[in-house]
Design a binder for this molecule. Sequence first.
Ligand SMILES: Cc1cc2nc3c(=O)[nH]c(=O)nc-3n(C[C@H](O)[C@H](O)[C@H](O)COP(=O)(O)OP(=O)(O)OC[C@H]3O[C@@H](n4cnc5c(N)ncnc54)[C@H](O)[C@@H]3O)c2cc1C
Length: 437
Amino acid sequence: MSEPAGRDVLVVGAGLAAAQTVAELREAGFDGRIRVLGGEGVPPYDRPPLSKHLFDRPHPSWLTDEIGVDLRALADEVRLDEPARGLLPGPRPAVLTDGGWVAADHVVLATGAHAVRVPGWEAALTLHTAADAERLRTALRPGSRLVVIGAGWIGAEVAGVAAAAGHRVTVVEAAGAPLSAALGEAVGGLTAGWYHEAGVELLTGARVAAVRPDAVELADGRRLPADVVLAAVGARPATAWLGRSLPLAPDGAVPVGHRYAVLGAVEPQRPPAPTEGHPVFVVRDGTGALASGRRELPGLWAVGDVASRWSPRHGTVPGGHWDGALRGPRVLVGHLLGTPVPAPADDPAPYVFSTQLGHDLALFGAPGPGDEVLLRGDPTAGAGWSAIWLAGERATAALVVDRPRDVGAARRLFAGAELPRVDRVTAADPGLPLRTA
Ligand SMILES: Cc1cc2nc3c(=O)[nH]c(=O)nc-3n(C[C@H](O)[C@H](O)[C@H](O)COP(=O)(O)OP(=O)(O)OC[C@H]3O[C@@H](n4cnc5c(N)ncnc54)[C@H](O)[C@@H]3O)c2cc1C
């Protein structure tokens, strides 16, 4: 589907997805005007080191150094401290700033996410920005008692580095196991032993009743004294500024189709004749609720943590991970300029990496709640292992733990146009290569 390129692009957000969008536009030869609006007042930086290198990298890891993208050199205008306040969709969409409305042929929404703040937990810190990391570092004095609420990716990473730095760390998790939201309790539970080994106390099935400046109180009456409390209970797409201008997904994300074009409201009554350039999605396989019956809005695109993308292979793919913000822009820009990236690279598989509590994790694909789980290797043997999620004969996801030789193979498994078919016996044997049947 070819899209007239237009002569100007406005990118909203100045993080990884925004910087990559600008870089890909220039890389593809776009010589029109590019303007960028940011909300943090600083150039784009990398977020994964904020938790993994909380203590040993006290300054932001600038994207100019990390991925070689210099926003100021590539864009015509970069306003790092001028957040968008509103959006007016239309043939030439416009964005409201403190200085007035800014219209463009194409507007790319890349405002990312923010940490969830729970009402009543004002005494807890959160970790999403470089400023948050600075606050957390400063608050942690030698030997501090740190209570981390949430054993998700960020909670686990911070707990590990804080314990290694000599702090006394307790992690409180409401679910029955760490990483449950991402991996389910069965596989997430295989990481529970890592906490003890790293000198971290892990309390699962523990609900927080109150956060006080000096303690966390649990619903079962236990009181955990704390010098510092970190609430690491997830992130939400940063879309409050959009008001009611777009129909958002239930989690607040901006719904986009496989082209990264923003989808309008569901049009249930008439599966209409596709308008050239702005097709209506009709998805019948049960995974396409996000996209089905919705028309692409002209000139509006979204990528990175702010977007919830419909993937023909994986169904709904929420934002929240670095690789999506890095690789999505290339696909978006291909469609925006009318030179689409060829399949299957036009549908990047979800990929999450993490280093936590002394272990390296790589998750490819999207585990489904009802999927069968196949273990490859013994998680208790200390030699690395993998978990493969299966829906029938097809793998939906693969987690590789401390086994670098399986990382490339797992990545290749999910690089095809369809979910890979795997042979159970071969896949479960760590002595045999991991590959499509
Ligand atoms: C501590 C931490 C550790 C992480 N570790 C990992 C990891 O190990 N592996 C992994 O896969 N992922 C990790 N992630 C997630 C990863 O960093 C994100 O997926 C990635 O940063 C998303 O990039 P983005 O550009 O979409 O959003 P962001 O990085 O959030 O950037 C969005 C930018 O938009 C700006 N903005 C917001 N609202 C507005 C507005 N109204 N107007 C203008 N600008 C606005 C924001 O200030 C921000 O600078 C981690 C995240 C955090 C916070």
